[in-house]
Design a protein around this ligand. Structure first.
Ligand code: ADP
Length: 269
C-alpha cells in the first residue's frame, strides 16, 4: 500500500496541480516490474472488500474518474479491477450529452447511474465535465457553470448522506506524457483505433483545461467526497496509487458480512 495522504486534496486547500509532479513515484522503492508485482496483493484485498460490500448490501461506493485525454482512465479500470468480481462493479462512461440529456439539467443523466446498495460504480468521466469541457469550450454561459460547483457539492453530500461513499480521482499526466501517448496512438497499429483527431484540438486548450481542473478540484473536494490527484505518467505507479486509495476508502466504509443464519441441524440430502 502507498501512503495516500500526498494525493489527497484537503477541504479548503488548493488542488495545486502545477506544483504536483505527474511523474512522481513517491514512497515506492523499485521500478515497473516491482510495481506490477506489488499490485497483485492489493487487487486481492480489493476483491475481498468488494465481496464484503456486496454481502452486506447496505451501502455503496461511487468512484469518479477524471483525466485529460490519454490520461489512462480505461487502463486504470482494467488493471485495478482485474481481480474483482464483475457482478459487483459497474463502469459507466459519460460522453457528449444526447439531445434528450441536454434538454434536462446536467445532473439528470448522472443520478440514474449511481450505485445501489452493495455495488461499486466507476464513472468514466462524470458530472465534472459540466464544469470542465463546458467551461473551456464555452458551451453554457459562465453565469450558469459558476453555480454548478455548489450544486455538485450538495449532490455529492446527498449521495453520501444516503449511503453512497463518493471518492474522486484525477489522473494527473504531464503535457509531455500526453504528447508521447498521442504519438503512440498514431504510430502503433494496435493503438490507432484510439486516435481521435479531436484530441489534438483539446490539447491546444491544455492550459485552459488545467485551470478548469484546478478550480473544480479545489472547490469540490470535501470531507464526504474528497478528490485525490494521482501522479499518472507512470502507469504502474498510478495503478498502485488508485488501488491504495480505494482500499483505504473501502476499509473506512468497513463492510460487514451479515450475521450467519442458524444452520445447526441443516442437512443437504
Ligand atoms: P473518452 O475520451 O473518455 O475515452 P470519448 O472518446 O467517448 O471517451 O469522449 C467523450 C467526450 O465527451 C469527451 O470529449 C468529453 O469532453 C465529452 N463530454 C463528456 N461529457 C460532456 C458534457 N457534459 N458536455 C460536453 N461534452 C462532454
Amino acid at each position: 500500500m502507498l501512503d495516500t495522504s500526498p494525493f489527497l486534496v484537503r477541504h479548503g486547500s488548493p488542488a495545486g496541480l502545477a506544483r504536483r509532479d505527474p511523474h512522481s513515484n513517491q514512497g515506492f522503492e523499485g521500478g515497473k516490474a516491482e510495481g506490477k508485482a506489488a499490485l497483485e496483493p492489493l487487487s486481492a484485498r480489493l476483491s475481498e472488500l468488494q465481496t464484503a460490500l456486496w454481502a452486506e448490501s447496505g451501502q455503496s461506493l461511487l468512484i469518479v474518474l477524471q483525466a485529460m485525454d490519454t490520461g489512462g482512465k480505461d487502463g486504470t479500470i482494467r488493471n485495478v479491477f482485474m481481480g474483482v468480481n464483475p457482478q459487483g462493479v459497474r463502469v459507466w462512461g459519460f460522453g457528449a450529452p444526447t439531445e434528450e440529456e441536454l434538454a434536462h439539467d446536467y445532473l439528470w443523466r448522472i443520478h440514474d447511474h449511481t450505485p445501489a446498495n452493495g455495488g461499486i460504480t466507476i464513472f468514466n468521466r462524470s458530472h465534472y465535465e459540466d464544469v470542465l469541457v463546458v467551461r473551456v469550450k464555452d458551451l453554457v454561459p459562465e453565469s450558469r457553470w459558476q453555480k454548478r460547483y455548489a450544486h455538485i457539492v450538495d449532490f455529492e453530500r446527498l449521495l453520501s448522506d444516503e449511503g453512497t461513499t463518493v471518492v474522486k480521482l484525477f489522473l494527473h499526466i504531464s503535457k509531455e506524457e500526453q504528447r508521447s501517448r498521442l504519438e503512440a496512438r498514431l504510430q502503433e497499429a494496435d493503438k490507432r483505433w484510439k486516435f481521435n483527431p479531436g484530441d489534438l484540438e483539446d490539447r491546444k486548450l491544455w492550459d485552459d483545461f488545467q485551470e478548469a481542473y484546478e478550480e473544480a478540484i479545489t472547490r469540490t473536494s470535501t470531507e464526504q467526497a474528497p478528490w485525490y490527484v494521482v501522479p499518472a505518467d507512470r502507469k504502474w505507479y498510478r495503478d498502485l496509487a488508485v488501488a491504495s486509495i480505494l482500499i483505504e476508502t473501502l476499509e473506512r466504509m468497513d463492510p460487514r458480512y451479515p450475521p450467519e443464519p442458524d444452520l445447526d441441524g441443516v442437512v443437504v440430502e
